[in-house]
Design a protein around this ligand. Sequence first.
Ligand SMILES: Cc1cc2nc3c(=O)[nH]c(=O)nc-3n(C[C@H](O)[C@H](O)[C@H](O)COP(=O)(O)O)c2cc1C
Ligand SMILES: [Mn+2]
Length: 495
Amino acid sequence: MATNVAAESTRSRLSGGNGGDLRDWLRGADELGQLQTVRGADWDLEIGGLTELVMRQSKPSCLLFDEIRGHAKGWRLVTNAFTSKELAARLLGLPDGLGPWEMTQAWREKTRHMPLIPVREVSDGPLMQNVYRGADIDLERFPTPRWHEKDGGRYLGTADMVVTRDPEDGQINVGAYRMMLQGKDKVGLYISPGHHGRLHRDKYFSRGEPMPVVAVFGAHPLLHLAASRGLPPYVNEYEWAGGVRGQAIDVIPGPITGLPMPADAEIVVEGFLHPDRLMDEGPFGEWTGYYASAVRKEPYVQVEAIYHRDDPIILGHCPGRPPHQTHIASSTILQATIMDALEAAGIPDVKAVACSPTASRGFLVVSIKPRYSGHAKQVGFVASQCRGGAYLGRYVVVVDEDIDPFNTDDVIWAIWSRSEPAESLDVIHNAWSTPLDPRISPDKRAKGEYSNSRLIIDATRPYSWRSQFPEPTGASPQLQAQLRAKWQDLLAQGD
Ligand SMILES: Cc1cc2nc3c(=O)[nH]c(=O)nc-3n(C[C@H](O)[C@H](O)[C@H](O)COP(=O)(O)O)c2cc1C
Ligand SMILES: [Mn+2]
């Protein structure tokens, strides 16, 4: 074991912003002056509330909670781990100071030919410093927050990773799915229909078999990011994270399930989801800004082993009313994924894709240089239905290239002035949604029917008479440049 730990720490020192483990990441945040340690907070509502308030500040810090009420000193939890612009860029391995679309393009460039790097299996690592089985299993020792006032329990799994294997083809999947404490050896697992872990679960359960699960409650944020970004079903998220990092992720095969566990993770559990064992799960204050999925019976993980490092650190996320802690990094990837899909669908002259900070895919704006009749419609339909855009989407707006899709005022101006409700709208029915969607009616919920509709708004100038469309006003870039050069003092006052 000593050799592996030593090797691990050498690797950590050598690797850059998104290399190493969670502790290296926190050291990096501290070096940037963006880590605050908070002592003495209550797991009940204070951690969640403080995380939310700090997240809304203009320079949000990463918060490391220690000496959490009723829990051992040194057993910590971190939130806002990559909320700031600098940390988001560092996590993606991109330079600082880029605007949202430049960052998206830089990400696409970086990942265009990025190889997936297979994991490196190791037999030991810091994760194995503490091992508990049988009667010694006690999840309640970890300082798990009740994040929001109306949550149905304490959620240990928020910025987590859940590892499962497809029983048919053996493909490994890692997804971020919420996990509510249900007792010393039980932790709920909520996976929305269509997510890969859910497809695996359905396959095991249809055979009447339990599903083996590994859940990770504290790893480098890159691994959680990989688990939450909607990668295609054939992509093993560990291999993708290895690709982003440029170095294989070290994993230890779980002694009980054989599923890969990050060797330098903070806390990992192994266990099984049984088809006939269900408990109440939820409600939970979700990223939609609502407690939308109420209380439902869901399977839970019957925990058979716990592994954790000395003085473990939970990586936490407090979802809630958007925007979110993870917004910059996650929307960069989402925008890139949707742009890739539009290109893969063979659509020319797409200029930018913007996910709203407050609605994510729920309000997508795509700017294009229209080239032919039907171009805007093609963009709207594909953006609304590709993997990046489909899940709980609702509105897609297509605008001309002179409109900045990241500027809400510009977008509203385009919708109001260039679209005509009687002509420019299309609705798609029965599209992919989730129990988290606040607008699914009680009737549909009762039937387990989690679909919604989409509005495609073509806010480009109508193609057939675009040359007759009135010219927009506003000082031209040339005039602005002349004025700025001549009237420097006057104009500098307002900047
Ligand atoms: C912080 C966070 C929490 C999430 N919680 C859940 C959840 O509880 N259930 C779920 O199905 N998806 C959840 N997601 C979304 C999934 O992680 C995401 O769709 C991911 O792509 C799923 O992986 P998969 O595509 O391999 O299934 C969450 C995402 C984030 C960022
Ligand atoms: Mn997946």
